[in-house]
Design a protein around this ligand. Structure first.
Ligand SMILES: [Zn+2]
Length: 127
């Protein structure tokens, strides 16, 4: 199940970023996922819940932004979005277009971090 290793590596990357904000809580991670990234979204979501357990990301939501496949057609000299991944043909002229411009993405788009409610500079002192 390679979705688990993907989820784990996302969690590691976000943990590293979130380390700059001590005490902050990661609320949401937005992921850009190309249609050709060969990642099953349902499976990734399932693995996400496992991967965030006992990490600073526990409870964080995973939002997946799916990107369609875009190819560049030399005949039209334009990019065109494919309806599916079965045929790599320009949607304008039908020419075979193998110049892939989008569709293999697997990257973190943004991370939403919630700062702790109490001010960091004034820790509560019990005395
Ligand atoms: Zn074309």
């Amino acid at each position: 199940m390679h979705e688990l290793s993907i989820a784990t590596s996302i969690v590691e990357a976000v943990t590293e970023t979130a380390a700059a904000y001590p005490g902050a809580h990661v609320k949401e991670v937005r992921l850009r996922l190309g249609a050709l990234a060969s990642v099953v979204e349902d499976s990734l979501r399932f693995c996400w819940d496992l991967a965030i357990e006992d990490t600073p990301l526990a409870g964080a939501a995973l939002t997946v932004v799916t990107l369609p496949v875009v190819v560049h057609c030399d005949a039209c000299n334009a990019d065109s979005e494919l309806d599916g991944v079965q045929s790599f043909r320009c949607s304008r002229c039908g020419e075979l277009a193998s110049d892939l411009r989008q569709g293999r993405e697997l990257e973190i788009e943004s991370i939403e971090i919630e700062e702790p409610e109490s001010a960091v500079e004034q820790p509560a002192q019990e005395k």
